[in-house]
Design a binder for this molecule. Structure first.
Ligand code: KG4
Ligand code: ZN
Length: 358
């Protein structure tokens, strides 16, 4: 069984071919560079760029595989949540291929792509506890099965990746900010500044990063002679120290709330074995190390996708598409792309119950 997956929900145009033996048969990805000058993704520019590049990415994905379009069994596309102009490009491409090839179309929730990605290269079985941390989302979930999620907590304001990006911007480190902050944090003193840890003491698993970001802004402002944000005035070592303190505090917040979730997970899902982290921020090796310790301390196994499959990519969409397809969940061709699509919104339905059986 071979599934083609297309990703176009933010600023990566990507496609991949995977099979049910967990082999990645083909892969192509383009990270749009056009947004760098703006310090964030510009939706209209992203949509146009997806349109310009999707055909070339598909060609590249098949190149050297010895496969043709006729060899695939289904075509999947990230169909939300995301920037709708870009999502539409991927979805329409997948639907067109589906019609032309007479192969099923599988609408994949982008978040489910992140959620299931760790299962490609790890022996992760359902149910598992998931920390999903990206530029747009920050959630703690139990993944009960394909399409079945119990959400235990979420951010009430900024996503943690967004906070990394905003801190990086304040410090003049460019976009995306996460990798730059992580690199500098490695040379910084994480005890230098005490930063707030919003919601740390609440009994739920919710998170908040807006106050943490504002606290960093206030520190940055103290360096500026006229009170404006001016990273040019901050000594290099101080920038590293700020990065280290921010990364330490954000990680502490994530681990504390995940710790609460672990207690619930172990009690309600005693057969569960894994703590999984995924999404762009899961590339952060400092966070991965802390989560591994949390898992070890609780007698659970830590798993994460390889770093290159943490940020958006086509492989995770192809894989999630395959997981859905082999369960019999395919989508009608009038499926509408969804700019908002919570993972726990709807479980997949078999034929006759709103979905279409493959
Ligand atoms: O999953 P992703 O590629 O896109 C979304 O679905 O949002 O995640 C992108 C986010 C950005 O906010 C980026 O700064 C963050 O992931 N990120 C990191 C690291 N690498 C990427 N954050 C912290 N440390 C990293 N090494
Ligand atoms: Zn993503």
């Amino acid at each position: 069984m071979i599934v083609l997956g297309i990703e176009s929900s933010c600023d990566e145009t990507a496609a991949a071919l995977v099979n049910d033996k967990k082999e990645i048969l083909g892969e192509a990805l383009l990270s749009q560079e056009e947004h760098k000058a703006f310090g964030g993704v510009v939706p209209e520019i992203a949509a146009r760029s997806h349109l310009d590049h999707i055909d070339g990415i598909l060609e590249q994905c098949f190149a050297k595989t010895g496969l043709t379009l006729k060899d695939i069994d289904a075509v999947a596309a990230a169909s939300g949540p995301g920037l709708i102009g870009g999502v539409v490009v991927g979805v329409m491409t997948a639907k067109a291929l589906s019609v032309a090839l007479d192969k099923p179309f599988v609408a994949v929730n982008h978040l489910e792509g992140h959620a299931l990605a760790a299962r490609i290269s790890n022996d992760v079985t359902f149910p598992y506890l998931l920390l999903l941390v990206s530029g747009g989302h920050c959630q703690i979930l139990v993944v009960k099965d394909v399409g079945q999620y119990e959400r235990l907590g979420t951010t009430i304001d900024d996503a943690v990746g967004e906070a990394f990006d905003k801190v990086a911007k304040m410090l003049g480190l460019g976009y995306p900010g996460g990798p730059a902050v992580e690199k500098l944090a490695a040379t910084g003193d994480e005890t230098r500044f005490t930063l707030p840890r919003p919601l740390i003491g609440t009994p739920d698993c919710n998170l908040s990063f807006s106050g943490l970001k504002t606290a960093v802004r206030k520190i940055v402002e103290t360096y500026s002679p006229d009170g404006e944000i001016a990273h040019a005035y901050i000594p290099k070592q101080d920038i590293a120290d700020i990065c280290a303190c921010f990364q330490y505090t954000a990680t502490e917040c994530l681990c504390r709330k995940l710790g609460k979730a672990v207690a619930y997970f172990k009690q309600k899902y005693p057969s569960g074995r894994n703590i999984v982290v995924s999404g762009g921020v899961a590339s952060n090796t400092y966070l991965r190390a802390k989560l591994k310790k949390l898992a070890d301390d609780n007698g659970l196994l830590f798993a994460a996708p390889p770093i290159r499959f943490c940020t958006d990519n086509g492989v995770m969409i192809a894989w999630a598409g395959l997981e859905r397809f082999r369960k019999g969940f395919v989508s009608p061709l009038d499926f509408k792309p969804r700019p908002r699509w919570p993972l726990d919104a709807d479980a997949p339905k078999a034929a006759g119950a709103g979905g279409v059986k493959a």
